[in-house]
Ligand binder design. Structure first.
Ligand SMILES: NC(=O)c1ccc[n+]([C@@H]2O[C@H](COP(=O)([O-])OP(=O)(O)OC[C@H]3O[C@@H](n4cnc5c(N)ncnc54)[C@H](O)[C@@H]3O)[C@@H](O)[C@H]2O)c1
Length: 341
């Protein structure tokens, strides 16, 4: 078991990796804890849950909408939840986002704990205190920063993920590997088959690597005023792809990583050989590097993305493995890159 600390100016909390979900009951106060989960996770892993009142969401992205909220707030009130209650989110990134938003807003903030059950949520969505809900088709357009008291990652839960959901997590993992300057990219290159197979030991090691990178960045910049922006690597184009297709988030990020790398080559920041290495790793993990989408529609989406600034769009570019930076790019330049002018 590993405990990785997220150190913030006002608080710090642990991300616990490698302990069984069955043991989470020891970390919460059963008489004042409420679980939010989804139907799939409840069916597969509900026997490990502490026995406390449990709200079951529709699974997946549909759960991340404002209309679901009033039912949850009402349910909490009906169960006499109070300002000292803890909301425990057990599920994928969608459940973690909903739990985070509800905990941040119910009675202006109650306790939050997260037990992510997908690879993507264990390495990303549950770590760092951001939450987001969707509106009018725009991803995560409403949300807050709200830190949990702890995050509890049991890699054994990943055994029930579909191949596609596992790959979705691997897309985000490659993002960390490109950001990392300490050899994570090389280690992933050496372990592509074990990662595709979901080998528990290898997976647990890379979950720790990913969480450590995110912990370091979030500890330095909780509110995404500077450094934290680099975690959006692959996401500007990735979100546009997500809106135009039905692919899971991490697969869209994979397409976005290829795009960011190709744009970096076009801007003469990245050697073509490094671009080829990034694409080769994505492909070796079975991840997509392109999507059949209407470039003009995706471009329009990107212009409305919340990362848009003035006349430009925020992008994270790559100078090399372990060397990325955020930059605002003129919309005209992007339109030209996409062959739209
Ligand atoms: N707040 C953040 O910082 C942040 C970061 C990254 C992603 N996200 C959000 O996370 C969401 C994506 O998360 P996700 O990929 O976990 O998707 P998800 O939560 O939609 O889960 C995907 C599917 O897997 C199922 N599932 C969950 N755990 C399972 C398990 N152990 N075995 C079998 N099936 C399981 C779910 O029921 C769902 O059907 C997106 O909405 C994205 O915007 C948020």
């Amino acid at each position: 078991m590993a405990e990785i600390s997220i150190n913030l100016p006002t608080d710090s909390y642990p991300v616990i990796v490698g302990s069984s979900l069955a043991a989470i009951a020891q970390r919460v106060e059963p008489s004042n804890t409420f679980i939010i989960t989804d139907a799939v996770v409840a069916r597969l892993h509900g026997s490990f849950f502490p026995s406390v009142p449990t709200f079951v969401l529709n699974h997946g992205e549909q759960a991340k909408n404002l209309s679901a909220l009033s039912d949850i707030y009402t349910w909490l009130l009906n169960h006499n939840a109070n300002r000292h209650s803890t909301l425990l989110g057990i599920g994928g990134g969608a459940v973690c986002d909903v739990a985070g938003f509800v905990a941040a807003t119910f009675m202006r903030g109650i306790g939050l704990a997260l037990a992510p059950t997908t690879l993507l949520a264990q390495i990303d969505a549950a770590v760092g205190g951001k939450n987001g809900l969707n509106l009018l088709g725009f991803k995560n357009i409403v949300g807050t920063f709200y830190q949990p008291r702890f995050v509890y990652c049991d890699p054994a839960l990943l055994a029930t993920l579909s191949a596609e959901e596992l790959q979705s997590g691997l897309g985000e993992m490659v993002k960390y590997a490109i950001i990392d300057a300490n050899g994570m990219f090389e280690r992933m290159e050496q372990q592509t088959q074990a990662l595709r197979d979901g080998n528990a030991e290898v997976m647990a090691a890379f979950i720790c690597d990913s969480v450590r990178i995110k912990a370091r960045i979030v500890s330095a910049d909780e509110r995404e005023m500077g450094l934290r922006r680099i975690l959006n690597l692959g996401h500007t184009w990735g979100h546009a792809v997500e809106r135009e297709t039905s692919m899971p988030h991490g697969l869209c990020v994979s397409v976005g990583l290829e795009f960011a790398a190709r744009l970096s080559v076009a801007k003469q920041l990245l050697f073509f050989s490094d671009y080829e290495r990034i694409v080769a790793l994505l492909r070796a993990l079975g991840l997509p590097t392109a999507a059949q989408i209407d470039a003009a529609a995706a471009f329009a989406t990107m212009r409305f993305d919340k990362k848009r600034r003035g006349a430009g769009i925020d992008f994270v570019l790559i100078r090399g493995i372990g060397d990325v930076f955020a930059e605002t790019i003129e919309t005209e330049e992007l339109a030209k890159f996409l062959g739209l002018h």
